[in-house]
Design a protein around this ligand. Structure first.
Ligand code: CA
Length: 458
């Protein structure tokens, strides 16, 4: 009865899901139509996208309601499965009991049969035989009843097994449906993407464009290409790496160490807040004329398809300069959480405080992907970095200037091997450029050199 009710609930809920659920193909078409126009041109060349007629609040309310209903239904199904399993175990136990009773009766019967004397029967032995026959008849009836009961139990058990299989199938179907539902995170992410694209469209890019900006196909792929084409003046240029969907502005340093560098991070006065969330770190923030983070998407486009060098310039409040140079540096795509995929070939006088982070995913205050299960390194240390558990450097940490009280350890914009984790530096600049030739000994460093230990946070 209970199980039948459950199946009706499932059927009702399946109908409900079908009514609310947007098929993935349809969603895909909806997403595609948000990204490309009817002319098939990329979105960023078109007018702003049309948002759905429903308000965000309405859609979000409906998504929340769907999620709550789904969680409730799944919980109900789980408790039904638990109850069925319990009943099945009880029935199996009863069945085992019946079997052992039957076995005992068979033993008794055998013993009685052995006790019946053969040969001449006296009146007393005839009486005993009659008693024995009665007991045997009783035992036989008992055995028949037990056999019938066992058959009933077996049938019940089989019925329960079928019900459990059916519930398991329904649960799998629901879980599959869940994976196709639009989640609030997906919805919010989509809104942020649209906002970003609108922002990009309205930005006055042409102000900065060099004379060669007549078409995206002619844009240089990196600052190195700008330098190779004869430019020698550092400044802001527009580039489009081969795998980037659209061009973007960068600061090129065409002078330091033979030039060709793209600046991916610049901090020197604390005017820009670097305690930002995932969205900002993905797309970049700040002012290319001042402090900025170029964005993980752009860093991936610059370094994800060919190995780059990474050059880090640091300065403390006594105006001591230090550098850290890595002959190989590569950041993965967002689906790999912008992992620091390749790092090696350190040289310089700042000390190596980054190799500890090689292989780690990027984490922000709202996206904990670090190796510290009990907490968020980005929140605890006030930054965003390729945290492990947690860090030996934190160049996107808080701009705190100089020696720090003990409670601020790891919080500042610090480089462990230079002034330690209780010191916030004055300047930090990170630059990348394509590395055309790689020394085989550097490759060896990249894949074998790992730090023996680090300042694990416990
Ligand atoms: Ca964590």
């Amino acid at each position: 009865m209970l199980l039948s009710l459950t199946l009706y609930q499932i059927i009702f809920f399946s109908i409900f899901i079908t009514a609310e659920y947007v098929p993935s193909e349809t969603r895909h078409r909806q997403r595609s139509s948000a990204v490309t126009s009817t002319t098939g041109l990329p979105f960023f060349n078109q007018s702003p996208p049309q948002l759905p007629h429903r308000s965000n609040g309405d859609i979000e309310y409906r998504l929340t309601r769907l999620e709550v209903l789904l969680v409730e239904k799944l919980e109900n199904l789980r408790s039904e499965v638990r109850e069925s399993t319990r009943r099945l175990q009880a029935l199996e136990w009863q069945s085992n009991e019946a079997h052992s009773t039957l076995e005992g009766l068979r033993v008794d019967l055998n013993r009685f049969a052995q006790q019946i004397p053969s040969g001449v029967q006296t009146p007393s032995s005839q009486h005993a035989n009659t008693l024995l026959e009665q007991r045997v008849d009783n035992l036989a009836k008992g055995i028949q009843i037990l056999v019938a009961a066992t058959r009933g139990l077996t049938s019940d058990i089989n019925g329960l097994k079928r019900n459990i299989t059916s519930i398991a199938n329904d649960t799998r179907y629901l879980l599959r449906s869940t994976s196709h539902l639009v989640t609030k995170q997906f919805f919010n992410h989509g809104i942020l993407e649209l906002k970003h694209q609108q922002l990009y469209q309205s930005s006055p890019l042409s102000t900065y464009c060099p004379s060669s900006s007549s078409g995206s196909s002619e844009l240089p792929k990196s600052c190195q290409e700008i330098q190779d084409s004869g430019n020698s003046k550092s400044g802001i240029y527009r580039i489009q790496p081969e795998h980037a969907a659209k061009p973007f502005m960068v600061v090129c340093d065409l002078e330091t160490l033979n030039g060709g560098w793209t600046v991916i991070q610049n901090r020197f006065d604390g005017s820009q807040d670097f305690y930002q969330n995932w969205h900002e770190y993905k797309y970049g923030f700040g002012n290319l004329g001042g402090e900025f983070w170029i964005g993980l998407e752009n860093i991936h486009h610059l370094t994800g398809y060919e190995v780059n060098e990474l050059f880090i310039e640091l300065q403390d409040l006594e105006l001591q300069n230090r550098t850290a140079h890595y002959a190989a540096f590569s950041v993965g795509p967002e689906v790999e959480s912008f992992t620091l995929k390749v790092l090696g070939g350190y040289s310089g006088n700042a000390g190596d405080s980054l190799l500890y982070h090689a292989g780690s995913r990027f984490s922000t205050k709202d996206m904990d992907q670090d190796g510290w299960p009990e907490g968020s390194c980005a929140q605890a240390h006030g930054g965003a970095w390729w945290y492990r558990s947690c860090d030996m450097s934190n160049l996107n940490g808080r701009y705190l200037s100089g020696e720090l009280p003990e409670q601020y350890i790891y919080q500042g914009m610090y480089w462990g091997e230079f002034r330690g984790a209780q010191y916030s530096l004055l300047r930090s600049r990170m630059l990348v450029r394509p590395r055309l030739q790689i020394n085989p000994s550097i490759i060896n460093d990249i894949f074998t050199a790992r730090p023996a230990n680090g300042n694990e946070l416990n």
